[in-house]
Design a protein around this ligand. Structure first.
Ligand code: MRU
Length: 370
């Protein structure tokens, strides 16, 4: 993705310093564009946990680079297998919901099982991390192509009037190395000259919509309007939403979708107003080991301070956090919710579009079944 005159991805390895994994600090956007260097497994763990980086595919790629950094940490005194197992376990504990984390770590561990020497482990883990990042990027591009067809069809039906797309949270390039999942079809449509307009849910409590999606779309020149999280239903009743597209952090074998808290309510409103509700995701986000997402997907509960406080820019200078409720009021902060499959019109994946149904998912992702 272009920022100014430079192309960026949301994670990369510094070619001049093999110990430096670079990421964009998502906690500071859109106010400040700064790059953070991760040099240790601990750095990667903290960056995922404190959301310096976030978004399911990016979390997976970062964990894969984390395993590469774990290999670099090996010395002649290291008990290699124990060290790698510990690193994997530690990284896995950083955040619970996005299954991409487990998927990427498992991938690294199965590759690394074949090697003993440090140089081989380093080489293999670097290649695996680079492959995962590249693959996720290509997957997003394919998701974009498949989703583009849906937007084109709506545009035809509207005789070229702008297609109004509502999205929640940030499932853009920042979350996905490049292109994004939910945003990829939007970028492709816009670049093709199809008129699109995006309703951006602010996405409390951390405001990933207001801060990240709005910033991304603005940089790309895509028309968009920020709305308070609870406005979507009214927009749908007014006929101002043609389609909803969100991302996912984990989608179970039966098609239930875990995504940022508030996604479920948008899906309910979309159903009530007969508006298509699509979820865009790569294979790495499908969890074939969970047969009932609503009951079984682990949902992260984060610090209540994200709800009792809100963060923003003060005097065009400092990023500050201010309280928005009485001092003694407590808050519960579930970061995700689960949208049941029956509310999902379809899953837009790199392999094509399928219904959110067990049989269809199994057919498309048969290689993921254990
Ligand atoms: O808590 P976050 O910001 O990591 O939650 C992310 C989301 O819910 C995204 O919409 C999701 O990861 C899809 S990313 C392509």
């Amino acid at each position: 993705m272009r920022i100014g005159d430079k192309h960026y991805e949301s994670i990369w390895l510094d070619r001049d310093d093999e110990k430096a994994v670079k990421i964009i600090d998502q906690r500071k956007l859109p106010f400040d564009f700064s790059i953070v260097t991760l040099r240790t497994v601990e750095d990667v763990y903290s960056a995922i946990r404190n959301m310096t980086l976030r978004g399911a595919p990016l979390i997976g790629a970062a964990a894969a680079y984390g395993m590469y950094l774990a290999c670099l940490e090996i010395t002649t005194y290291t008990k290699t297998r124990e060290h790698l197992r510990n690193a994997a376990k530690y990284l896995l504990s950083s955040r619970p919901t996005a299954v991409n984390l487990e998927w990427a770590i498992d991938k690294q561990m199965s590759v690394l099982a074949a090697y003993c020497r440090r140089d081989r482990l380093v080489e293999a883990s670097e290649k695996t991390a680079e492959d995962i990042a590249e693959q996720e990027k290509q997957n997003c591009k394919k998701i974009g192509k498949h989703g583009l067809g849906i937007i084109e069809e709506i545009s035809r039906q509207k005789n070229g009037e702008p297609v109004n797309i509502l999205t929640h949270c940030n499932a853009g390039w920042l979350a996905c190395i490049d292109y994004g999942t939910a945003t990829a079809p939007v970028y492709l449509a816009h670049d093709k000259g199809i008129k699109v307009h995006v309703w951006v849910d602010e996405t409390r409590p951390r405001n990933q919509g207001a801060r990240l999606t709005a910033w991304e779309l603005g940089n790309h020149g895509v028309p968009h309007t920020l709305v308070a999280d609870n406005t979507g239903g009214y927009l749908m009743q007014k006929g101002d939403v043609d389609i909803v597209i969100t991302g996912s952090d984990r989608t179970s074998a039966n098609g239930d979708v875990a995504n940022k808290s508030g996604t479920y309510l948008k899906a309910l409103a979309a159903k009530d107003n007969n508006i298509p509700f699509y979820v865009a995701l790569p294979t790495s986000t499908i969890d074939m080991n969970i047969s009932n997402g609503v009951k079984e997907i682990p949902v992260e509960a984060r610090d209540g301070k994200e709800v009792t406080h809100v963060e923003g820019l003060l005097n065009n200078k400092d990023i500050v956090s201010i309280r928005v409720c009485p001092e003694k009021t407590g808050a519960i902060n579930y970061a995700f919710d689960i949208t049941p499959a029956y509310l999902v019109s379809g899953l837009i994946t790199e392999k094509g579009i399928c219904r959110a149904e067990e049989k269809e998912i199994e057919k498309l992702f048969s290689e993921k079944k254990n």
